[in-house]
Design a protein around this ligand. Structure first.
Ligand SMILES: *Cc1c(COP(=O)(O)O)cnc(C)c1O
Ligand SMILES: [Zn+2]
Length: 501
């Protein structure tokens, strides 16, 4: 739709004004730092940062009701820069001009209602939000779009050049970073550091295909993270892990989309996300709080962070009910099918502690919860979801297992509606499905297949047939007819088919 076709009162706001006073806020010493330089941690005390807008009051000059209409009408615009996460420009990074925005098709992922069978099983109405339908097939694209647009903005202003973007990854961050860097390849090169044999073949193929330099190192993600931190402290590189606060801003779009998908009605909603490095849950909490402050939503949804028992540092921290007595202790991870969340020392832990407290305070009651699930439950739920029309990854399965666990613990009520984050596409983790179907899980995973969920291909090669067709080797007509008839008969037998009249 063209600008002149929108309602009069919306027109002045359809295109964002490029304006704002963003700054880094240190969560340790509380110092503020300017955004002209890419910072990952506070130069004063070394703690992690969040980005805030000094001019946040500006959005409050427009009523929540008008904001809802602006955002809804913006969906009809055909401007590429605003088709992705920057539909919510004022709430993400309002200083970035549209010309610097990199849009590769991220965001606005489908929200798919679970079928009646699944809803019955969970005893509650719920949806999957398919963040695997982002360009590199995970939610990481949301944060990469904001971080790379910011770097692109610095390049266009002549403040940086010849950028080397670097990240450690459990697979999906590197896929996203390499993809966005390849689009900007005239100015940005990328290098990714992966734990050897701890990412899936699909995830490994992604940065390779995008032309990144790919380094595999021994150990787990937490070890890779230390290496990139060392590189970022000692060399001239741009760190693209979620330690980079620009990533968090883009990932907040997930919350904005959830709010918009449900007509901004959040009182009865429960948003369930997996936790690894804890960047995602940080962004989700922050996003809802920003919308609440702008009165775009009048209630904060419940948020449930889910972790596997094999990588549960956040859950262990919150297991202590007395906030005064809580102590964060990193854990040594065990193998997990929620492999992208197999992290024992989450970088964003200080952000989670800070924001969960603000969130509960803003809600006036406890609205943030953490639940732990077993590897077996993650795997079973992952397969179950996909047997019911979803394309969930193992972390989507983790969310479903988390919903079931939260139901048992009475954290979620019958009449509430849950939105589960399928953070990546099912296909990235099909290797775990294969291990399950073929009963090949090494014992340390603690997963054994439920026969009801197992599936395998059946080779149909009737033994009475001497010849079968092969590539470049067709059968003569008569033999081929027999082949088709015999194979069909065998399939009909296997499926118990009745002859048509
Ligand atoms: C990164 C990732 C997670 C974990 O998100 P954090 O922000 O690290 O907590 C979960 N699922 C998938 C598929 C991921 O790629
Ligand atoms: Zn500080």
């Amino acid at each position: 739709m063209r600008i002149e076709d929108f309602p009069q009162e919306i027109r002045p706001y359809l295109l964002p004004k490029i304006k704002g006073e963003l700054f880094y806020q240190c969560l340790g010493c509380g110092q503020k730092h300017g955004i002209e330089k890419l910072l990952y941690t506070c130069p004063g005390c070394g703690e992690v940062l969040l980005i805030y807008n000094e001019d946040a009051e500006r959005v409050k000059r427009i009523s929540g009701r008008i904001w809802q209409r602006i955002l809804d009408y913006r969906k009809m615009l055909k401007i590429p820069a605003m088709k992705g996460i920057f539909l919510y420009h004022e709430f993400i990074a309002p200083v970035i001009p549209l010309e610097a925005i990199v849009y590769l098709g991220e965001g606005h992922t489908p929200v798919v209602e679970a079928n009646p069978l699944m809803q019955q099983k969970a005893g509650i109405k719920f949806y999957f939000k398919n963040d695997g339908q982002n360009p590199s097939a995970s939610f990481k694209d949301r944060g990469m779009a904001s971080a790379m647009s910011y770097i692109n903005f610095l390049i266009q202003k002549g403040l940086v050049s010849d950028v080397l973007a670097i990240c450690a990854s459990t697979g999906d961050t590197s896929a996203a970073a390499a993809l966005y860097a390849s689009y900007l390849r005239a100015d940005i090169k990328s290098a990714v550091i992966l734990p050897h044999k701890k990412v899936t073949p699909q995830q490994l193929s992604q940065p390779l295909g995008s032309g990144a330099a790919v380094f595999e190192i021994p150990g787990v993600f937490d070890d890779c993270m230390k290496v990139v931190e060392h590189l970022a402290e000692n060399y001239n590189v741009a760190l693209l892990n979620s330690k980079n606060a620009w990533r968090i801003l883009g990932q907040e779009s997930y919350s904005y989309e959830v709010a918009q998908a449900f007509e901004y009605e959040m009182e009865d909603k429960v948003v369930i996300v997996p936790i690894g490095n804890a960047g995602n849950i940080t962004a989700v909490m922050n996003g809802f709080m920003k919308f609440h402050e702008a009165k775009i939503i009048s209630a904060l949804p419940k948020i449930i962070g889910v972790q596997s028992e094999h990588a549960n540092p956040v859950c262990l921290y919150y297991r202590e009910p007395d906030p005064e007595k809580r102590r964060f202790v990193p854990v040594t991870v065990k193998p997990s099918v929620a492999q992208a969340a197999m992290i024992g020392n989450p970088v964003s832990m200080p952000r989670v502690i800070h924001l969960a407290e603000s969130y509960n305070r803003m809600a006036g009651k406890q609205r943030v919860f953490f639940v732990e699930v077993k590897e077996q439950a993650i795997m079973d739920c992952y397969l179950l979801a996909n047997r019911n029309g979803h394309v969930a990854c193992t972390h989507g399965g983790e969310c479903l297992a988390g919903l079931m666990a939260a139901r048992k613990q009475k954290i979620v009520k019958d009449e509430e509606i849950a939105i589960l984050d399928s953070t990546a596409h099912a296909l990235k983790f099909s290797g775990f499905q294969e291990m399950y179907f073929e009963n090949r899980f090494p014992p340390e995973f603690e997963v054994s297949p439920n026969p009801k969920l197992v599936n395998a291909p059946i080779l149909m090669r009737p033994s009475d047939l001497e010849k079968v067709p092969g590539p470049g080797n067709p059968l003569p007509d008569e033999e081929f007819k027999i082949f088709v008839k015999r194979v069909s008969e065998e399939i009909a037998k296997a499926l118990n088919l009745k002859k048509s009249a």
